[in-house]
Design a protein around this ligand. Structure first.
Ligand code: ZN
Length: 436
């Protein structure tokens, strides 16, 4: 029963986090005792305290300071963004009169067909002027506002034979009839609580409004939008919140823009994480030598979901390293280093998980499939931590409605907490001592 409640909490959290901006806002609420730091201010850090720093309001780093000089940094990384549609500045299309449609671009590598014939809404950030100030406010109207209707099969007889969707034609959501012209701006202004003429810009997305649900003969599965990667992000928040203090800096990083290559100011391919780590070291009174020494004893879990064996298409999985929902944390490896795991980094995690009797399983792509890339190796270009790629097994990745296993939530949360609570001390290159 507890498990069901915990999964429902996650579903509610995902529902409250329709965009990366909202995920960062939700994260702040989950870490309710954390203190907010601004990148532009001087920092003074206290032992035992959890701090939060955000960039672009869409990426977040949170950390707990240890007592005395930090032995190293142990980081759990995840991402806040998911594939969806982003509304352009002139966001209404009136070319198909009398209809008004939303003028959108596709963000990330989505399964387009999963966005049809379901209730959609609009959410994101609105910026506006207030005297000499420019401010922003997040909006997420709690109602169904748009829909992308399929073409009837009578007009598209080949739709079940594999249909190529065109982003500029097929994916424009229906917003209203002729009377709706101008209503997107009116809605944004009303939701943000400002006059229309004061709006200076927006980062608004079309989001899937389907509520998450727990289902299956034994209620062992759940489905929701954005499980990739809000599930891992949520687990990392609970793990940090509940972890007992250790001798290293316990950190979590939730990056935006993973779905579009991470190469933004707030993405994993930026100086956000390395900058925060260096500032922590400076606040702890460390010199350059002791900072670099601490980096040698620093380890990262790069957490992003993995592909469970598909019930209808088991042939896509590796013959041996096959992962299933509800069977524990997935450790991902790839010879070409699209995943960072090697025997040292994965071995450290297996060591920790075995000691706590937390189940885990191993994932490789089928040898002729390229698979996706993720955060670990990208972040590693900026600060080279010993990193292992992990995730939870899920189905339908990048669909607007994804599926995962209920039991895995506790496995991941406990696993991340165990990692944060274990001091990993590098004794020589490739060797670590695990201090519980
Ligand atoms: Zn992901």
């Amino acid at each position: 029963m507890d498990q069901r409640r915990d999964v429902q909490d996650l579903i509610n959290w995902i529902g409250a986090s329709p965009t990366a901006f909202h995920a960062v806002e939700s994260a702040g609420k989950t870490l309710r005792d954390a203190r907010l730091l601004q990148e532009g201010e001087a920092w003074h850090l206290e032992a035992g305290q959890v701090y939060v720093v955000t960039r672009n309001q869409s990426s977040l780093i949170a950390f707990r300071m240890p007592e005395g000089t930090p032995q190293g940094f142990q980081v759990v990384a995840s991402h806040t963004d998911s594939p969806m549609m982003k509304i352009k500045q002139h966001g209404e299309l009136s070319s198909s009169q009398p209809y008004v449609q939303l003028n959108v671009e596709v963000y990330g590598g989505m399964i387009m067909s999963s966005w049809f014939d379901r209730p959609l809404s609009v959410a994101g950030r609105v910026t506006f002027r207030e005297g000499r100030m420019q401010k922003s406010r997040l909006i997420s109207p709690d109602r169904d506002l748009a829909l992308i209707p399929n073409v009837a099969i009578h007009m598209n007889r080949d739709v079940n034979k594999g249909f190529e969707y065109k982003a500029n034609v097929d994916l424009m959501p229906l917003w209203g009839d002729g009377d709706a012209r101008g209503s997107l701006l009116r809605l944004a202004a009303r939701e943000a609580g400002v006059p229309e003429e004061d709006i200076t810009g927006w980062d608004l997305f079309v989001i899937n409004r389907m509520p998450g649900s727990i289902w299956g003969g034994q209620q062992v599965f759940f489905s929701a939008p954005r499980i990739d990667n809000l599930e891992c992000a949520y687990c990392s928040l609970l793990a940090l919140r509940d972890a007992r203090m250790s001798r290293h800096v316990q950190m979590i990083a939730m990056f935006d823009n993973e779905e579009v290559g991470s190469g933004t100011r707030q993405g994993a391919d930026s100086d956000f994480l390395s900058g925060v780590m260096e500032r922590i070291a400076l606040c702890a009174g460390m010199d350059r030598q002791s900072y670099l020494r601490a980096l040698a004893s620093s380890v990262m879990l790069s957490a992003d979901n993995a592909h469970a064996v598909h019930p209808n298409h088991p042939e896509y999985a590796d013959p041996e390293n096959r992962v299933y929902m509800n069977r524990g944390i997935v450790i991902k490896a790839n010879a070409n280093q699209r995943y960072t795991s090697d025997s040292v980094s994965a071995g450290l995690l297996r060591h920790i998980l075995k000691d706590r009797e937390i189940p885990f399983q191993d994932f490789y792509n089928r040898s002729d499939l390229r698979g996706g890339s993720t955060l670990g190796n990208i972040s590693g270009r900026h600060v080279g931590l010993c990193t292992v790629d992990i995730g939870l097994a899920q189905l339908a990745m990048h669909s607007s409605y994804e599926t995962a296993g209920c039991m895995d939530l506790a496995f991941m949360t406990e696993g991340m907490r165990a990692f944060l609570e274990t001091d990993l001390v590098c004794t020589s290159d490739g060797e670590f001592c695990l201090e519980m």
